[in-house]
Design a protein around this ligand. Sequence first.
Ligand code: DP6
Length: 355
Amino acid sequence: MNVQKFIFDKEEVSINDGETSWKSPSNIALVKYWGKIGEQIPANPSISFTLNNCHTITTLKYKKAESLSFKVFVEGKREESFEPKIEKFLNRIKKYCSFIDYYAFEIHTQNTFPHSSGIASSASGLSALALCITSIEKTLDHSITEEYFKEKASFLARLGSGSACRSVYPELVVWGKNKSFENSSDLVAVPFDGAHNVFKDFQDTILLVDKGQKVVSSTVGHNLMHHHPFAKQRFEQAHQNLEKLKEALVSGDLKTFTAIVESEALTLHAMMMTSDPYFILMKPNTLKIIEEVWDYRKKHNLNLTITLDAGANVHLLYPKSEEKYAMNLINSSLIQFCENKSYICDEVGSGSEEI
Ligand code: DP6
């Protein structure tokens, strides 16, 4: 696959006013993307569950104009602090969507999860915006297929935030070239639909340990992989984990699933703790939750699995059949380690949707 494929090259288009709305979910990585090269090319491949309840709804209003301009509104209120990130994104995608130069945009966005939950909104937010921009492209070029539409949206979303490219598709999604996934690419995410039924309704309860702003952003963390002493081994390990995880996903081998997913989460944080400068995003309560989950899992012979993204919150993953056990553990114990006793119940979802 070549970037040329994603350059909008229609010469004559009639620019009209309009609006488009998309809903796009967050996702949780099972094999983690940590480290990037050049223009948002992942240093290693990753795979994630697309979530259902945590999502962003974005309406993009566009008016014909002499040059590109935009304003961002969050829940109806102008939010200038979001604008530098969006500006960077729009400037990056211009060479693939030259038409954006002829519009004044209003970006109206809202999340179903609280802004201060410590849950990253970049995956859902930037994928929703990328989908809206691709919708404009479709109004200018009626010949684009459904398949190309999603590919282009994933391509653009990646340029905004790497993990966002996975949110375009449902259920399990791979991003980054890997030999076990034939169509995998560094430029776009691809859906993986060969998984065992047990993963179709997997649950993710997000235990909100710390709702504050992260001390180190993902972007800074990714960059610290450039001169990281363990980078090479880590990138190779991610390839191997993805290959092993694929087999477990296909066969429904939950024990292997747990072993790989938890090792990935801890390795991600180990990379942070061994970079220069080093940093720690876990909190004491993150570790308390992990210990409790491991004890309870052993005691009841369950498949509750923890994972972390770049923060202190714990994602508790489990098959639907273990929901009663999981909720019992959460409400009788884990809840005490959550800020204001907060957690969010989510599950594998069906991906982005035009609304
Ligand atoms: C730990 O996608 O937020 O969640 O490309 O700089 O926007 P940028 O980074 P981002 O990184 C996500 C890192 C992660 C792992 C993952 O989602 O794969």
